[in-house]
Design a protein around this ligand. Structure first.
Ligand code: NFA
Length: 101
């Protein structure tokens, strides 16, 4: 009798390496002009104007807003670029990052 019906066939599940994503968060302040915030969101985060306006207004009204999520390295680089650009224009705009749950 053949034993093929009882032979054990083990499947190893291949797991995809998923890097943890980090949120980039826009923080409201009283000094950075709204139009400048929109320009930063458009140029650093490649957002379209409607989306940039929407995120800027959310931060303006609620105190903070998630701009986007990226891998840690890219999130931190983009946050730095946004802060750097704002400082060049003398504005105190703050952008932070935090790991996603
Ligand atoms: N609160 C700022 C203003 O009224 C606009 C702003 C929005 C700044 C979002 C920072 C972040 N000029």
């Amino acid at each position: 009798m053949s034993d093929t019906s009882t032979k054990q066939r083990t499947q190893t599940k291949l797991k995809t390496a998923r890097p943890k994503l980090h949120k980039v968060i826009l923080i409201n302040d009283d000094y950075t002009p709204r139009d400048f915030v929109v320009k930063v969101l458009e140029s650093v985060f490649r957002l379209g104007e409607p989306q940039a306006e929407s995120i800027m207004m959310t931060a303006h009204q609620k105190g903070a807003a998630v701009i986007a999520v990226y891998t840690k390295e890219i999130a931190e680089t983009k946050a730095d670029e946004a802060i750097e650009l704002s400082q060049q224009f003398g504005f105190p705009l703050m952008v932070t990052t935090e790991p996603e749950e």
